[in-house]
Design a protein around this ligand. Structure first.
Ligand code: BMA
Length: 389
């Protein structure tokens, strides 16, 4: 009798870890179509949740939020957004320019190993990660603002193709270092990343810009990038964001669109139409177009970069950015809005910042902006990486 009872207790206890392991393997994935059909569970969940919560909410993001801010550099736990509004941003943007050169720091001096640590930190709190790349010009060795044509040369068969694939290899190595282990019994998994290459291509300030390559060349560049990272390098934790600068029409926006099989997020960078109140109708028009184009394709719309440098307008957050996003039921359906970086003035000594810092004149208005029911900071996020069916 005793023996049977012991067996009844001990056997299920011993099997518990097996059940936990198996249930984590067989958890049904979200029913979404991503550019990578084999995207990981967490990556598809991120897509699903961005799409779900954008109906009522807009995530607020900040570039380089954990690495530095105005008057500080590399101080654990700090973030200018948190010091003003009491929470980290919901979206963390990062920049990997110079990774391709094998450098230890990016073009702004941020250490790549520490960046990986900050990405893991932000993700462990439930934040959303996005990476952009001001890649150096592979043909000249100049920076990404060196507009010597280079796209045709990096495509398959081009003179700099091997160099270029080597550059993409450095990205794959970096992304392979982004893993997270949620608990004792769980396996580690790859951290989902919204990858936003070849951005602002409606302008001509980067070597991949509209005057520097044909639409067909740009599309080939994009498709090669996705196919190489997904199919050759086996990265399955990426969502791909297509992100033009200002555009005149839906046709202009789509001129270099690589196709629904290669894109997850329809983004848009706009610093121009957020400069003052007079331009708000143009800002809203751009948002409306991006939301409509994304929804027609089952993609996620986003304001991938924006901001007002040094924020001299003290009510810019509520009266321009929020007012524009909240224009109507269409414009407010973007999933996130991200502002650019806060240069550490002590390092670069200039007023190149886009989020407020404690004591900045726009800080009270930012607090109000962050409290608005539409706007989510990290503290307001639901679990973005699982799906409750
Ligand atoms: C630009 C500026 C530059 C920076 C680059 C990459 O918009 O902020 O100072 O080097 O982004 O972060």
């Amino acid at each position: 009798m005793m023996k049977t009872r012991n067996v009844l207790i001990i056997v299920p206890l011993l099997m518990l870890p097996c059940f936990m392991f198996l249930s984590s393997c067989t958890h049904p994935g979200p029913d979404v179509i991503t550019a990578d059909p084999d995207a990981s569970y967490q990556t598809k969940a991120l897509f699903h949740n961005l799409d779900r919560i954008r109906v009522n909410s807009v995530l607020f993001g900040h570039q380089d939020a954990l690495a530095y801010g105005v008057e500080w550099w590399d101080e654990p736990g700090r973030s200018d957004v948190k010091e003003v509004a009491g929470s980290y941003p919901a979206v963390y943007g990062w920049e990997i320019g110079d990774l391709e050169l094998g450098n230890e720091t990016n073009l702004d001096g941020v250490d790549f190993k520490k960046m990986q640590g900050w990405i893991i930190e932000g993700y462990s709190r439930g934040g959303v990660i996005t990476i952009a790349w001001h890649m150096n010009n592979p043909v000249t060795g100049g920076n990404s603002w060196d507009t010597t044509p280079a796209v045709a040369q990096v495509l398959p068969g081009g003179s700099h193709h091997d160099l270029f694939t080597g550059y993409l290899d450095t990205f794959a190595d970096f992304v392979n270092g982004l893993t997270y282990k949620p608990g004792f019994f769980s396996r580690s998994h790859a951290i989902p990343v919204i990858f936003r290459p070849w951005h602002e291509m409606t302008g001509s300030w980067f070597w991949w810009g509209s005057n520097l390559c044909t639409p067909d060349e740009y599309i080939a560049l994009w498709r090669f990038t996705v196919e190489y990272l997904r199919d050759e390098k086996g990265l399955h934790n990426l969502l791909y964001a297509y992100s033009p600068d200002r555009f005149d029409s839906p046709e202009h926006y789509l001129e270099r669109y690589p196709g629904d099989e290669y894109v997850d997020i329809l983004g848009y960078d706009d610093y121009w139409n957020v400069r003052d109140r007079e331009r708000l109708p143009l800002f809203a028009k751009g948002l409306r177009t991006v939301v409509e184009l994304a929804e027609e394709r089952g993609k996620i719309p986003a304001l991938t970069e924006t901001g007002l440098e040094a924020i001299p307008d003290t009510t810019w957050w509520t009266e321009v950015l929020l007012a524009g996003i909240n224009t109507d039921e269409i414009t407010r359906r973007i999933a996130y809005a991200q502002v650019w970086r806060n240069t550490a003035r002590s390092v670069e000594n200039r007023d190149h910042f886009y989020a407020p810092y404690a004591g900045h004149l726009s800080a009270p208005d930012f607090v109000e902006f962050a409290r608005h029911p539409l706007i989510l900071l990290e503290r307001d996020l639901p679990d973005m990486y699982s799906v409750r069916k």
